[in-house]
Write a protein that binds this ligand. Sequence first.
Ligand code: 5RP
Length: 224
Amino acid sequence: MMNQDEMKQAVAKAALDYVSDKIYSDSIIGIGTGSTANFFIDILTKLKGRFDGTVASSDASAKRLKQHGITVYDLNSTKSLDIYVDGADEANKQLELIKGGGAALTREKIVAATAREFVCIADESKLVDQLGAFPLPVEVIPMARSHVARQLVKLGGDPVFREGVITDNGNIILDVFNFPIDNPIKTEEQINNIVGVVTNGIFAQRPADVLLLGTPTGIKTVTA
Ligand code: 5RP
């Protein structure tokens, strides 16, 4: 039986095969953040020379890509991205996601927004019927922390300050516990409307286009 790391590795390999069919010599690939994305970065070296470069969704991923000798562009200096590959903390069958376990949600959402295709890679433990068992990450401007927390309580959640974490953008994270999400598109919009919120970890307005899921018996491809 494959363990979770082996499933993540297998799904990263499946993503490489998937991406390999879709890229050209001038392609820019968006790269996500987290342990599954790291497995993808480590094998992306196999495609070196077959694409132009990457845009990274975090300083950590940018560093790892550069260590492998892969070009990393600033998003503002590139054309739109052909494809974006990233993990998730939860995914439902509509391919709506919760992301941000690694605090990179804002840059991830920006990169996802600019990509023609969003390929989500995850092990099967991430597939759920309803989003929200995983505490929802919300990136918040530091001075708005208490205000945003009070508004999140009004929406029915239990926000908890993520101690010791400052995002790449200099902000803080509130994780919202006990917050089952019935209508991801509406809740994404409601939380974004709270003054002081930079981004929340619901990816529903721009869901993934395809989910490659690592299971003990092989890779499952899920489309909405
Ligand atoms: C980071 C993320 C990651 O995609 C998410 O946390 C999944 O991580 P992992 O691949 O390590 O399970 O959203 O902000």
